[in-house]
Design a binder for this molecule. Sequence first.
Ligand code: C2E
Ligand code: CA
Ligand code: CA
Ligand code: CA
Length: 279
Amino acid sequence: IIGKVNRRFAYYNPKLMKKLIKGQRLVNMFKGALERGEFTIYLQPQVNRDKKVVSAEVLARGITPDGTAISPAEFIPVLENSGQIVELDRFIWEEAARLLKKWMGTPLEPLTISVNVSPQDFEYMDVVNTFISFADTYGIDRKKLKIEITESSILSRRVKESRVIDRLVDAGFQLEIDDFGKGYSSLNTLKDINARTLKLDMAFLQMTEKDKKRGEVIIESVIQMGKRLGMHIVAEGVETVKERDYLIHLGCDYLQGYLFSWPIPVPGFVEKFGWQFGL
Ligand code: C2E
Ligand code: CA
Ligand code: CA
Ligand code: CA
């Protein structure tokens, strides 16, 4: 009897159970949440070497009934597990296209916008045609849409075999390798990738005092390598003036991070940076 009980209870891991229940609750909540407007986009600026805003990254946020924003760290992994990330990303990308359309013919027209793509998107939807159809529906300039794909996605068999990257580039979209350096085969990615921009993972800036020197060696090498390959380099996670000056000194083309702005709602973004465009 004891054996039986033990075996049964071997499956009961309270921590895992709690996680599953929480996950299931989120999955159920997601149904309809999109329609109820419980997800929205925030924008975080990317600045050039002259500190001028040239682009914005679109970041998903969940909004609770009391108006609190929920970080994607809370829901993206859950939605990736359930496959629902596809629906969220379609929604976010359409919002991005809508925004570009809204800015057309206004002083904000020069801004480009970048969006994120989850590895699951490549499994469960036609990413290339989804982007093409949003760009066409809203009549936007495809060059204005920058598609951030993580290095690990790029290395997946699915992405390689379907030549998604080449097809996106051929269709006229800009491509950014996100979280560069976080994966295991960085050099291999660069060997044959058709992307013009490389986004250096912020982990190297966030090294502890003890490992700082190592982080810097990696940052310097990646920037040098990217530049020699003719790529643009974006540094993300720039939090201090010191980090900014260091990265500019190394030749980074674009910077993004809390130093310039947190991700904020679209109206706040326009209010905060519109003056740079004469608004
Ligand atoms: P990511 O694509 O690497 O986005 C950058 C993250 O770093 C954002 O977190 C941003 O708020 C944060 N960040 C920006 N500046 C700084 C800084 O100076 N210091 C630090 N420590 N962090 C900074 P967020 O918005 O919480 O998003 C987290 C991740 O969730 C994103 O990482 C991305 O992988 C994913 N994500 C966000 N929105 C979407 C989306 O619409 N679709 C998909 N598939 N993934 C998304
Ligand atoms: Ca990103
Ligand atoms: Ca990133
Ligand atoms: Ca830092």
